[in-house]
Ligand binder design. Structure first.
Ligand code: UDP
Length: 646
C-alpha cells in the first residue's frame, strides 16, 4: 500500500497503528489494482455524507450534507458499520450494503437440488459482501429413507462441512465471509450438529447455534423426556426420537465450555417478541440469524447496521461532574433511524446494479438463473419490510466515564434507561417517517397489537403508540446490538454492550519470521509467529489524563495495577465482572431491543462446566434471546493479559 497515505492515516488515528491498519485494509476506498483513494476517514465520511444527503433531498425536511458529516465524522456519534461504510458511494465494487442476510428452503424441500441451491446462494451473497445465515432443520435426519441409490440419507451433519468450505473460499477485500448455521433442538440430528466442530479442523468456516424451545428447557429443568421430530415440531412426524433433554443439554453446555460453541438461541423468546413474525404468513417467519446472532431473520431478508457511540454523550467524562446528555442522544437516535432508512434507498440502487450486471453478463441463462432470482427475492423483501439495525457501541466506556461500575445494579439500571430512550426515539422517528415517506408495505396495527415489544412501547408512551396505529411505521423492526468488532477498534472504545477486556493488555500481531527487524514473541499451535505489544485501553488513558496522571511515563506492572485499582475500570473488566449480573443486564436491555443482542460472556480458563450451565439457564430465565460463552484459552485468541508470561 501507499506509504505516504499511511502516514496521514496514522496521524489521524493519533498513532493507533491497529485502528489505522484496520481502516486502510477494510474500509478505505480502493480499486482492484490496490490504489487507495482515501487517506483518512474524513474522506470516507464525506463520501458517505454526500450519498445519504442525496437521498435525504428526495423527502420532506432533509438533513444537509454538513449535518450528516458532523454526525459521522471521527466515528464520534453515528457509525455506519462494515458494509455501509465500505460500500456507500463506492463505484469500484458491485456489492451490497447489507451486513447480514438469511436464506432458506421451504420446510418440505430437502432435495439435493435445494441443498445445493443454498450453497450457491450463500457464495453469491458473500461475494457481494455481508454475512449469511441459514437453518438446517429442514434436512431429513440420518437414516431416514430416500428414493435414490443411497436408500438412506446421511443426515444434516455432512452438509455443514460443505457450507463451511464454501465460506472459506470467498474473500471480501480484507475480510472473509462469515456464516451462521443453525438447527432446532427438535431435530433428531441436533446432537450430531453440536458435535460437528469438536473434531479439529472441521467446520471452521461457520459459527453454529442451536435453536432451543421452552418445552426443551422445561424438560431439562424437570429431568423429563423430550420428543425430537422430523419435520421439526410436526403433529404428524415422519420420524421421531425420544430423548432425555438433560443429557443433550449437558452435551451442549460441555461443548460450549470446551470450545465456545454452539451458541444458544432461545427460539420461543425470539419468536414471541418478534415484530416481523406478526407477518409470518406473508413471508416474514424468522428461521435463523446472521453470523454473530444479533439479527434473527426470515429467508431472503437482509439488514444494514449503524452503531451510536454512547461514550460521546458523556459530558465531563471521568470527573465528578460527569453527566449523560439524554437530549442530544435522543435527537441523534432519531437521526440514526432516518439515516438507516436512507441507506435502504441506496441499497436498492446497489441491488439494481447487481441485477444489471447479472443481466448483461454473457453467461449462459441457465447458470444465471439462481443468482438473478436470489437478488430479486432480496430486493422484494427489503422493500416490503425496510428493516433497519440501529445499535450502539461503547456501553462499557460510557458507564466507566459516568463512574458507574459495569455489572453493578446502578450501572444496569442506567443502561436500561439509555436503551429505553434509544428505542422510543427510534420508533418515534420511524413513525414520523411513515408520515413523510409512507409506512412499510405490509404494516397492519391489528396484527401487532398483542406483541410484547409493542405493548412495552404503548405503556411507555401512549401518544407514540396512538400515532403509530394511525400513521404506521416506516420500518418493520429497527434495533439491534451488534458485536461492533472493527467499528470499536476505529472508535477506540469498548465494543457493543461488553465491558472493557482489560484496561492494559498485550495484543498479538501475526508476523513473517523471515522479515527484517521482526520480533517473534509467540509461536502458536499451527506454527504461525506472532509479535506481542502492550496496549492501554484508549479511555483508560482518558481517565488517567482527567485525573492528572502522566500517560507518557513508563509504568511498572505494580504501578499499572495500582492505577487500575483507582480507576472505574477496576472489577469491571470481562474477566472480573459478576457474570450473572451481566446476563441480567442483557435480559433487561433486551426488553428494549426488537432484534437481538450479540454477547459473549468471557470467563476465565479455570471456570467450571457448572458455571456455563448456570449462565445459560439464567439467560433463558431473564429473557435473553441468545448467548455465547468464551472460556479463556478454549481457542487461540489475539488478546492476552499483560502479566501473562507465555
Ligand atoms: N460480518 C461479516 N464478516 C465479518 C464481520 C462481520 O459478515 O468479518 C457481519 C456479520 O453478519 C455480523 C455483522 O457483520 O453479525 C456485524 O459484525 P460487527 O458488529 O463485528 O461488524 P464491524 O464492527 O466489523 O463492522
Amino acid at each position: 500500500t501507499n506509504n505516504f497515505a499511511y502516514e496521514e492515516t496514522l496521524k489521524y488515528f493519533k498513532g493507533d497503528d491497529l485502528a489505522a491498519r484496520v481502516w486502510v485494509t477494510k474500509y478505505a476506498l480502493k480499486d482492484s489494482d490496490g490504489n487507495i483513494y482515501e487517506k483518512t476517514p474524513d474522506d470516507m465520511h464525506h463520501r458517505i455524507a454526500s450519498e445519504i444527503a442525496r437521498v435525504e433531498k428526495k423527502y420532506p425536511n432533509p438533513l444537509s450534507e454538513t449535518e450528516i458529516f458532523d454526525l459521522i465524522k471521527n466515528f464520534k456519534y453515528i457509525i455506519p458499520q462494515g458494509s455501509p461504510m465500505t460500500g456507500i458511494g463506492n463505484n469500484f465494487q458491485i456489492a451490497s450494503l447489507s451486513n447480514c442476510f438469511v436464506i432458506g428452503n421451504g420446510n418440505d424441500s430437502d432435495s439435493y437440488g435445494s441443498i445445493m441451491k443454498i450453497d450457491e446462494e450463500q457464495v453469491q451473497l458473500m461475494k457481494r459482501r455481508g454475512g449469511v445465515g441459514h437453518d438446517l432443520s429442514y434436512i431429513r435426519p440420518k437414516g431416514s429413507a430416500v428414493k435414490n441409490s443411497a436408500l438412506t440419507s446421511t443426515g444434516l451433519a455432512p452438509f455443514m462441512e460443505r457450507y463451511s468450505n464454501s465460506t472459506r473460499e470467498v474473500a471480501q477485500d480484507g475480510r472473509r465471509g462469515a456464516l451462521m448455521l443453525s438447527v432446532s433442538i427438535n431435530h433428531p440430528d441436533s446432537e450430531d450438529f453440536i458435535n460437528a466442530k469438536l473434531e479439529q479442523g472441521k467446520v471452521t468456516g461457520a459459527n453454529i447455534s442451536v435453536r432451543i424451545d421452552d418445552e426443551f428447557m422445561k424438560a431439562v429443568k424437570s429431568a423429563s423426556e423430550y420428543v425430537q421430530k422430523y419435520p421439526v415440531f410436526s403433529k404428524n412426524p415422519k420420524f421421531s426420537k425420544t430423548i432425555y433433554a438433560e443429557e443433550l443439554w449437558k452435551k451442549i453446555v460441555y461443548n460450549a465450555w470446551k470450545s465456545a460453541e454452539p451458541g444458544i438461541l432461545f427460539w420461543d423468546t425470539i419468536i414471541k417478541e418478534s415484530l416481523p413474525d406478526c407477518y409470518a404468513d406473508l413471508g416474514f417467519e424468522t428461521i435463523s440469524t446472521n453470523p454473530c446472532g444479533e439479527i434473527p431473520l426470515c429467508p431472503y431478508d437482509s439488514c444494514r447496521l449503524i452503531a451510536i457511540n454512547l461514550y460521546s454523550y458523556v459530558e465531563n467524562p471521568f470527573t465528578k461532574k460527569a453527566k449523560f446528555n439524554f437530549e442530544l442522544f435522543r435527537k441523534h437516535a432519531a437521526y440514526a433511524q432516518r439515516m438507516m432508512d436512507d441507506i435502504i434507498d441506496l441499497e436498492m440502487e446497489k441491488i439494481d446494479a447487481i441485477l444489471e450486471k447479472i443481466n448483461s453478463d454473457p453467461e449462459n441463462e441457465e447458470i444465471k438463473h439462481t443468482e438473478r432470482h436470489l437478488w430479486e427475492k432480496i430486493r422484494k423483501k427489503t422493500l416490503q419490510g425496510r428493516r433497519t439495525g440501529v445499535g450502539i457501541t461503547a456501553e462499557g466506556d460510557m458507564l466507566a466515564a459516568l463512574n458507574l461500575r459495569y455489572g453493578s445494579k446502578e450501572a444496569n439500571d442506567f443502561s436500561v434507561e439509555v436503551h429505553k430512550n434509544l428505542a422510543l426515539s427510534a420508533y418515534r422517528s420511524s413513525v414520523e417517517m411513515a408520515k413523510e415517506r409512507g409506512a412499510f408495505e405490509v404494516y397492519n396495527a391489528e396484527r401487532e397489537k398483542n406483541n410484547p415489544f409493542v405493548l412495552r412501547i404503548k405503556e411507555a408512551d401512549e401518544n407514540l403508540y396512538q400515532e403509530m396505529v394511525k400513521y404506521g411505521r416506516r420500518n418493520i423492526a429497527l434495533l439491534t446490538i451488534a458485536p461492533t468488532g472493527s467499528t470499536s477498534l476505529m472508535s477506540q472504545t469498548t465494543s457493543g454492550i461488553e465491558p472493557v477486556f482489560l484496561p492494559v493488555y498485550k495484543r498479538r500481531r501475526k508476523v513473517n519470521p523471515n522479515d527484517k527487524d521482526v520480533k517473534v514473541d509467540f509461536i502458536d499451535e499451527v506454527g504461525d509467529s506472532w509479535e506481542e505489544y502492550i496496549v492501554f485501553h484508549h479511555h483508560f488513558k482518558t481517565w488517567m489524563q482527567a485525573n492528572g496522571y502522566d500517560t507518557s511515563k513508563k509504568y511498572s506492572n505494580e504501578e499499572i495495577q495500582e492505577l487500575i485499582e483507582k480507576s472505574p475500570y477496576h472489577k469491571a473488566t470481562s474477566n472480573d465482572i459478576d457474570w450473572m449480573s451481566k446476563v441480567e443486564m442483557q435480559g433487561a436491555i433486551q426488553k428494549w431491543v426488537d432484534h437481538s443482542i450479540s454477547v459473549t460472556i468471557n470467563i476465565p480458563n479455570e471456570a467450571t462446566v457448572e458455571l456455563v450451565n448456570d449462565l445459560y439457564i439464567k439467560a433463558w430465565e431473564v429473557g435473553c434471546k441468545g448467548v455465547t460463552v468464551y472460556r479463556d484459552g478454549s481457542r487461540s485468541g489475539v488478546l492476552v493479559a499483560a502479566d501473562d508470561k507465555k
